[in-house]
Design a protein around this ligand. Structure first.
Ligand SMILES: Nc1ncnc2c1ncn2[C@@H]1O[C@H](COP(=O)(O)OP(=O)(O)O)[C@@H](O)[C@H]1O
Ligand SMILES: [Mg+2]
Length: 701
């Protein structure tokens, strides 16, 4: 399948996957981030804070539940030795599992198995507290039937709490209500702080990311401006555009995902694991048993998804390339009535793309829910074990609630971590390609110490020039000629004989393999590149107009005033074209000037060359076929342009050819004949035949 130029985007080299562990690349990326070290350090600090706050929230819930909501103890025989137990009578003590340490809970488990733990849950107020709250004390005395008073605490069955009248209950639990209130406020406060911190963290990372991308795009663009023509011959436009846009985006995505997701998730997983272990070793082990399953499943899913993504990208690129090619070539398509055939082809490409997309949907809708199910199983396991523990008084309700909250937070980052891997992988590939472009040697540049520019006389000499675009396919073979200052010469020859190539070589768009090209006796490779090009006024075969107005297109970077632009345009008759535009010199050029005819564009480019006022004029005539009125205008404009300048013209028109000092006939990359019009005609060689052919064509109409 063929792709048009510019559409060749993400194929071939673009599909290479990077190695995430490429230390060289990572070092280089980090080097680029050095200017932002401060922001990043700040970002990481804030990230630490955000994570800490998020972890504190469930802990607050736990504290609120255990200290103020449940407040529940059981009578346990033989529990006096347990740290935190309140002695009641004999060897019986009141044990609130929320107040126990690990050792205490282990003891409780043993006592539970031995049947020493009472079934009734009691609300209790410790004696020390009663002393501080005389009203509660008198309240409890008034309800002597419902309460059991001991030296260390007063107990009341949880079930009996609701028999108290509302006012009494409120009084009894006043401290709990205040506590819940306090924890609620703390929760809200922390939520607000973590919102602000989250915002700051996001802004910091995105600020760095956006600046980083901006810098990279500038670097890429600047580099592309300096690269030589051969590089652009090798690389389709679409691919270069991808470098400056998609690839930069991919690197940025990886950067932000490292700083928001990767760091955060690693941190979160470690911290969550620590919190869970701290809450309950047993529940943690039960929960962690799900990790291998989740990881295995997600990795498997990632690999499947990656292959499909790649397929989708390739097919989308193909679709884009086909669209681009079709719209650029819409004229040809219409003229050759290819519409139906192209619609059919588009249908096939479109089908391919759709199939790949549906595969993605299939994988997504199958694997994603499965991961959810596995984590829900983990949750169920905890509810089962933990719920049992709460019932048996081996675990407090607050611990279970906090644990479940942590667990819900736990599986998600594990899943995200495996996703980060894919993001990093494609970012590595992108940055590899970006660096490759940035490292591309600039093959055509002025020397470090350029030769002093010769006085601008305007002599051009080719000495035994040998040139090939592609190795082994010579385009110019041993070409030698000299154009003296002020001389006007023409090159003629069949299409593909190498005429345009000669112009490109004079402007040093390509470097030659053998021989020398001299400007006023100095090898052009010894000259400063800008110096060299400032001596040349080049009019190309297809005139390129930039977006902007007409006067800007003539002025380019010469700094001429509007008045001067008008005068120059008048001298080469471009004003006759411009006069037809509704807004004249201020007319915006649409779509690179496609609405103008070739002749009109040529006249504009003459004005551009004259504005530049170079000592040497190099001109590739657009075409021989121009109506006689325009032909006269162009001929006259050419006369103005060439006056007082060394001129090298690739000529198609007899009128041009006749007036020059010397004509070179180029054939298959070699100069075969040279001389004046009359001399060459007298020879009856190649030129004679070309001339007769053209005259015949003109005579025919
Ligand atoms: N950028 C390029 N890369 C490879 N080959 C090229 C390139 N430009 C031109 N050629 C080849 O070099 C030869 C001379 O081209 P050119 O100088 O444009 O001919 P002319 O202007 O006389 O028609 C042709 O065979 C053409 O196919
Ligand atoms: Mg040409």
């Amino acid at each position: 399948m063929h792709h048009g130029p510019g559409g060749g985007g993400p194929h071939g080299e673009d599909e290479l996957l990077g190695n995430v562990y490429d230390a060289r690349l990572i070092r280089r990326l980090l080097g680029l981030l050095r200017p932002y070290a401060l922001q990043l350090a700040l970002g990481i600090l804030v990230l630490l804070a955000v994570t800490a706050f998020e972890l504190v929230l469930p802990y607050i819930t736990k504290e609120a539940i255990d200290r103020h909501i449940t407040v529940s103890g059981r009578k346990v025989a033989g529990a006096l030795a347990i740290n935190g137990a309140l002695p009641l009578a004999g060897d019986t003590a009141l044990v609130d599992v929320a107040q126990l340490d690990d050792a205490g809970r282990d003891r409780m488990r043993a006592l539970q198995r031995a049947g020493a733990v009472g079934k009734t849950p009691y609300y209790y107020v410790a004696a020390a507290e009663l002393a501080r709250r005389p009203r509660v004390d008198s309240l409890l005395r008034a309800n002597a039937g419902a309460v059991q008073a001991y030296g260390s605490a007063v107990l009341i069955e949880h079930a009996r709490l609701k028999t108290l009248d509302k006012g009494d209950l409120r009084l009894l639990r006043e401290r709990d209500l205040r506590g819940i209130h306090r924890f609620g406020l703390a929760f809200l406060g922390l939520l607000a702080v973590s919102f602000v911190l989250n915002f700051c963290q996001m802004m910091l990372v995105q600020y760095v990311g956006q600046h980083f991308m901006h810098g990279m795009r500038v670097a890429i663009f600047a580099k592309l401006q300096r690269l030589d023509m051969a590089y652009f011959d090798r690389n389709p436009v679409g691919r270069l555009v991808t470098r400056a846009t998609n690839d930069v985006d991919a690197v940025n995505e990886a950067f932000t995902s490292v700083f928001t997701s990767l760091f955060r998730n690693v941190l979160l997983i470690a911290a969550l694991a620590a919190m869970m272990l701290g809450l309950s070793l047993r529940l943690s082990l039960a929960a962690f048993s799900m990790i291998p399953l989740i990881v295995a499943w997600t990795v498997f899913f990632r690999i499947r998804a990656r292959d499909i993504y790649r397929k989708i990208r390739v097919r989308l690129a193909r679709l884009n390339a086909y669209l681009q090619e079709n719209f650029s070539g819409i004229r040809v398509i219409k003229i050759f009535r290819r519409e139906a055939e192209n619609v059919r082809r588009f249908g096939a490409i479109n089908d391919d793309y759709q199939r790949a997309s549906l595969q993605e949907v299939l994988v997504m809708s199958f694997f994603r829910p499965l991961v959810e199910i596995i984590s829900s199983c983990g949750l169920a396991l905890i509810v089962y074990y933990g719920g049992g523990g709460v019932v048996r008084s081996a675990v407090s309700l607050g611990v279970l609630v906090a644990f479940i909250t942590y667990l819900r937070m736990f599986f998600h980052p594990i899943q995200q971590l495996t996703e980060s891997y894919t993001v990093l992988q494609s970012a590595m590939a992108s940055s590899e390609r970006i660096f490759q472009l940035l490292d591309e040697p600039v093959r055509i540049a002025g020397p470090e110490r350029p030769a002093a520019a010769p006085a601008a006389r305007g002599q051009i000499e080719f000495r035994n020039v040998h040139f090939e675009y592609l190795p082994g396919e010579p385009v110019l073979k041993d070409v030698s000629f000299t154009v003296a200052p002020g001389e006007k010469v023409a090159f003629v020859g069949a299409t593909g004989s190498g005429k345009t190539t000669i112009i490109s070589l004079i402007a040093r768009l390509y470097d030659i393999q053998r021989g020398e090209i001299l400007l006023d006796g100095v090898d052009i490779r010894a000259l400063d590149l800008a110096q060299l090009r400032s001596r040349l006024g080049v009019v190309m075969q297809d005139v390129f107009l930039f977006a902007g107005d007409v006067k800007g297109n003539i002025r380019l970077n010469t700094g001429l005033s509007d008045e001067q632009v008008r005068r120059v345009a008048g001298q080469v008759h471009a004003d006759t074209v411009i006069g037809r535009f509704p807004r004249g010199y201020d007319e915006e050029v649409k779509e690179r000037g496609v609405t103008l005819s070739a002749g009109e564009r040529q006249l504009l480019s003459f004005a551009r060359a004259l504005a530049f006022d170079p000592p040497i004029l190099v001109l590739d005539e657009a075409t021989a076929n121009i109506d006689s009125a325009t032909e006269k205008l162009i001929q006259d404009a050419l006369g103005t342009l060439m006056k007082g300048r060394t001129s090298i013209v690739i000529a198609h028109r007899l009128s041009t050819i006749k007036s020059v000092d010397r004509i070179y006939v180029i054939h298959k990359g070699e100069i075969r004949e040279r001389g004046s019009h009359q001399e060459l005609l007298a020879k009856e060689g190649l030129y004679y035949r070309l001339y007769r052919l053209q005259q015949g064509a003109l005579a025919d109409g």
